[in-house]
Each structure stands twice: as C-alpha cells, then as structure tokens.
Design a binder for this molecule. Structure first.
Ligand code: ZN
Length: 417
C-alpha cells in the first residue's frame, strides 16, 4: 500500500540532505558540460553514447544492483537502455532522455557561458535544445541509484528502473527504432521530459500537452538531363519539384490547424542544363493524428498527380520522422506533480508544448501494451531561445528535475498504482 494518499503533501526524502544536493548538482553539471562539448547530430551520436557508457562502466555498483545494458538491434543507430534491477519482481519504470544536438555553429561570444567556461562545441554541432541537460539528469540519477540500492527497497519503488538514451529526437527520427526493437515491451511506466521550453526556473509542468502530430519527409525527384536548348529531350527535376512544393500549399485546411513547411531545396547543375535530380525536406503538422493522416493521403495523391504531369519522372518520398499527440496518464501526472512539489518546484498544471516530440511514439507504444506514460517539462531560465547559437539554460535547474525523479522513483511520492 502507498504510504501517502493522493491529496497528502509529499515531503522531500530525508536522504536528500543539502550535502547530497550539492553532490548531485556538481555531478550533473560535470556531465552536462562533458556532453555539451561533444555535441553530435541526429543518428550520429556515437561519441556521446560512448561517453555515457564510460560513465556507467566506471560505476562501482553494490552487489545487489543488477545492471543490464541493451542496444538497438541495428547497431548503427546510437542508443542504449540501461536497466537497474533492485527487486526480483515488480513494476518496471523507465526514464527517457535524448542524445542529439543540432547542426548549429555555437556562439563563441564571451557572454555565452559554454564559450566563457571552455566547454562549447567546436564541430559545427551544438546542444541548443538542452538535451545535454536531459542526459546529465538521467545519468546522475542512474549513477546515484546504482550506488544506493537501499533507497529503492520501499514497496512503492519500482523493481526495475531503465534509463533510455534515445538518439535522433530532432526531426522525430529516433523513437520509431525503439518502438520496432521490442525493448519497450516490459516497461509499465514511462517518464519523458524536457528542460526549459519557456517555463521559468523552479517550475514544473507534470503533464505537458498540445503535442502536434507530425510527419517529416524527404522528397527526391528523378528527371532526365539534357541540353537546355532541347527541353523535349529532358525532364526538369527542379521544375517538377517546385510545382509539387507550390501545389502542396493547397493541401492545407488552416481551420483544422494543418501546417506544411519545406525547409530545404537542393539542385546542382548549371543554367543551361536540364537538371536530372532535385530534392527537398518538408514536414506536415496537425493537432490530431487523424487530421495528419488525411494530409498525408492528400500529399501522396499530389505526388502521384505531379509525377503523372511530368511523364518519365519519378518522385521518391521517404517518410523519416513521426510524432503524435500525447495522452498523459493522470495517475502518473499526479504522482509526478507531488514529487516535483516535494522538490520545491511550483506546479504549472496546464502547459501547451506547441511542438512535436517523438517521445510520443514511445509513450503510445507503452500505452498500447497496457502501460502508462507522462511527459513533463522542468522550467529553466534560458539565455536565448531553443535552437539558437547562444542557447543556454540555468544549470541549477538540473537539480529540481533530479530531486523530483529521486522522490518519485524511491517511492516517497506514493505508489503509481
Ligand atoms: Zn529538444
């Protein structure tokens, strides 16, 4: 039975003394800076994953903590699930974080803390969304709990706790590999989170909503090259692609909140040559999954129609990123809220995420096999907005999230049952 009821306030567990808080924050900042320095783009987070595994390997775990590392079947996709088992049987909970940076040249301005303190990334990639902070939170928790299995013996603590280090969140590409892997099968409660997102320091939105359904796609048009003076001999891939992009705007029903965007267009050649190849990256967004499905069908029809209007052309559409709206589990949300309040955070009951996130696919997969999921946001003062070259967050905010999850996982916020 739970030691606390839904309405009773939860106290911060007594093991989280000021000295422990200092130890946790110092470790989280060290890890955040280590990972910030080696930011890597989506699907290339090999060095990042190795740094995480190095930290885990250096753990001197107590004999009773069983630690298991699982990888995706396709080893070329970076990611790992690290599971700590504290009790022989019982609930399996998981915390997911994301590994990837963005292809942004990080600011070297002295007003930018990572540059000033010398941990800025110099490779043209940057943790400009806070995923370095997410990894630091997860890794600090993992290392602390592996060293303190005695804290996980309460009846309300899960028997097993997995830390999912998922790559390629940007562009919503990575989660589907986890869904397809079957590794989520045993997970009953899945916790996902983000730092910042416009929420101030010392606040927490236990259950964010307003996640958009999204589809990311790459278009490639194959035409036929020819001398520009002989247009009948060629098929202009660029003209075909531009026709498609222009006509795609007609797919929209703005009153239903439908969004389409093309962010890149590539074609190489010369003005007097008919190009044989052109490509573009686009995305669809909608507030609901069935609205998105309708847009997707209209896009597929349009592609067929445009290909038919350019006889001999071939249009490839690779669907590479997916996101869904999230239905947060109310029990998990309430439990997380109580833990966050115990950690000294002010709760923000309503929070509109206004973006897409592929954690939604993981949450849906867990819900589809009878489990529960929730997506939370931890506020942090930001030096600049997400995805900007001067993005940075207040590192003290790492501690609020760590204390919340420690309260939650050790069972101090009551059972999730
Ligand atoms: Zn992000």
């Amino acid at each position: 039975m739970s030691a606390s009821t839904a309405s009773a306030p939860v106290l911060l567990p007594s093991f989280i003394t000021p000295a422990v808080e200092q130890e946790l924050l110092t470790e989280a900042i060290r890890l955040r800076r280590l990972l910030h320095h080696i930011a890597e783009p989506s699907l290339s987070e090999h060095q990042t994953l190795q740094a995480i595994l190095n930290e885990v390997q250096s753990l001197q775990t107590a004999a009773q903590t069983e630690l298991k590392i699982s990888f995706l079947p396709d080893k070329s996709i970076p990611g790992a699930m690290i599971t700590l088992r504290f009790k022989p049987s019982g609930r399996h909970a998981a915390l997911r974080c994301d590994l990837d940076g963005l292809t942004i040249q990080e600011s070297t301005d002295s007003s930018h803390l990572p540059a000033r303190a010398g941990f800025n990334c110099k490779t043209g990639c940057m943790h400009a969304c806070g995923h370095d902070g997410h990894m630091a939170i997860a890794l600090t928790l993992l290392k602390f709990l592996a060293r303190h299995p005695e804290l996980m013996q309460s009846a309300d603590a899960p028997a097993a706790l997995s830390f999912i280090f998922q790559g390629a969140e940007e562009g919503c590409q990575g989660a589907r590999y986890w869904v397809e892997s079957g590794l989520l099968q045993g997970i009953e409660d899945l916790y996902c989170f983000h730092l910042g997102m416009g929420l101030p320091d010392k606040t927490c939105a236990p259950a964010a909503d307003g996640f958009l359904a999204t589809l990311k796609f790459d278009l490639t048009v194959h035409g036929r090259t020819a001398h520009a003076g002989r247009p009948r001999d060629g098929i202009n891939a660029l003209t075909c692609l531009c026709t498609l992009i222009t006509m795609a705007q007609e797919l929209l029903r703005p009153e239903r909140g439908e969004i389409i965007n093309f962010g890149t267009l590539h074609c190489e050649g010369a003005r007097n040559i008919i190009p044989a190849l052109a490509s573009a990256q686009g995305e669809l967004r909608a507030p609901a999954a069935d609205t998105l499905k309708g847009m997707q069908e209209r896009l597929d029809d349009l592609i067929s129609a445009v290909a038919a209007a350019f006889p001999g052309s071939r249009i490839e559409c690779v669907k590479c990123g997916f996101g869904l709206p999230i239905q947060a589990d109310p029990v998990l949300a309430q439990q997380l809220g109580r833990a966050a309040a115990a950690a000294g955070l002010t709760l923000q009951p309503q929070f509109d995420f206004k973006a897409s996130e592929d954690a939604s696919l993981l949450i849906k997969a867990v819900q589809d096999h009878g489990g529960r999921g929730v997506y939370s946001v931890f506020g942090a003062h930001l030096a600049a907005g997400h995805h900007q070259s001067t993005f940075d967050f207040n590192e003290d905010a790492l501690l609020g999230a760590i204390k919340t999850y420690l309260t939650l996982f050790t069972g101090a916020a009551g059972a999730a049952a």
